[in-house]
Design a binder for this molecule. Structure first.
Ligand SMILES: *Cc1c(COP(=O)(O)O)cnc(C)c1O
Length: 347
């Protein structure tokens, strides 16, 4: 026995259908960074492709290449962390859609041998300053891109940006910068096939942010925003359940085979309850490899207890709110040493 992270692929499929409906007529791009938000890249990509997902957001080139191997040639794979010339060449070789927010990468692209046109999505910095081409450099980057299109190095596929989704007013300002940048591009003869700037929250809540593609991570996995609408209001459901097994019962309480080293934050000790056969019991202590619950009469080694997710009293965002973070932080901490187990009625 050991702690397990159980992932319900049928619930994933239902979330993907809900996401598709919510962002229509835009197409959803399933974001799979951080090992598909810790749910495991390969099973998530396989099921998503079987459910008709045609865009996957992979973050970095190595993950993009892995997604290409899993998903085959027909899926569009967008990456936005490109670590220089060799990485760029690797991305072009497996036909990734390249999110380029740095003029140096355009220069690198010009230096590569032309095999087939690289799919370029230019990123305008709309205020987050993470990366992206600053508005004052936009025309220069467009000129560089036009030259790359003219000599066969690039196909101009898209314009994109990332917004904070923390305040509507900031997002509106970012969108204004985005739309102006697109007008400038069109005037320069570069008309993007795909415009994209929203992630889960704005994609669901704000129709004018949907454009052609919405990059959806959190909501696909059923992770609701901290301080925001409930899963029920969003029409999504959590797909991952962390559970552990009773190893011993003693005067201290009921011991489970999970702890902080498995990714359960020790700051949560004393702050949440789990469901036992005799009702809710408090999680009283979280050590490195051992968690102690308040006792119940018939507790016995081998009993399985869900800590969060379906069948538990708390979800990742409920736990996150107790310690002032976001649900993704709780999900991403689950150690790779905790086995992922996939469940599906279709398997
Ligand atoms: C992580 C990420 C997303 C997905 O955000 P969610 O809020 O999880 O939907 C979209 N776009 C970019 C650029 C990202 O880094």
């Amino acid at each position: 026995m050991s702690a397990v992270y159980r992932v319900d692929l049928d619930a994933l499929a239902r979330n993907l259908a809900r996401v598709r409906e919510a962002v229509a007529p835009a197409a959803p791009m399933l974001v799979v960074k951080d090992d598909a938000y810790a749910h495991g890249l390969e099973p998530i990509v396989r099921r998503a492709v079987a459910e008709g997902v045609r865009w996957i957001g992979a973050f970095d080139v190595a993950t993009g290449a892995a997604v290409r191997r899993i998903a085959g040639p027909d899926v569009r794979i967008f990456v936005w962390l490109i670590g220089g010339r060799d990485d760029l060449a690797a991305g072009v070789a497996v036909d990734l859609d390249l999110g380029i927010g740095d003029e140096a990468l355009l220069a690198d692209l010009a230096g590569l041998p032309v095999e087939h046109p690289a799919r370029v999505h230019l990123k305008i910095d709309t205020g987050l300053h993470r990366n992206g081409i600053r508005p004052e450099r936009w025309e220069a980057a467009l000129a560089q891109t036009s030259a790359l299109v003219a000599d066969g190095h690039a196909a101009f596929e898209g314009i994109w940006s990332h917004i904070s989704e923390a305040s509507d007013a900031d997002d509106d300002d970012a969108r204004a910068v985005f739309l102006a940048a697109r007008e400038t591009a069109r005037a320069a003869g570069l008309d993007p096939r795909f415009s994209h700037l929203a992630a889960s929250a704005a994609g669901f809540a704000r129709g004018e942010f949907r454009e052609d593609l919405v990059r959806v991570g959190a909501f696909s996995y059923g992770i609701r925003p901290a301080g925001g609408p409930s899963e029920g209001e969003l029409g999504i459901e959590p797909i991952g359940q962390l559970s552990a097994t009773v190893t011993a019962v003693d005067l201290a309480g009921v011991h489970l085979d999970i702890g902080a080293l498995h990714g359960l934050p020790s700051t949560l000790a004393g702050r949440f309850d789990v469901l036992t056969p005799e009702g809710p019991r408090r999680v009283e202590a979280i050590g490195p490899t051992d968690t102690v619950l308040a006792p119940w009469a018939d507790a016995a080694p081998g009993d399985e207890i869900a800590l969060f997710g379906p069948g538990a009293l708390f979800g990742v965002t409920d736990l996150a709110e107790l310690v002032d973070t976001i649900g993704e932080e709780i999900a991403l901490r689950i150690s790779p040493t905790v086995p992922r187990v996939y469940v599906s009625a279709h398997a």
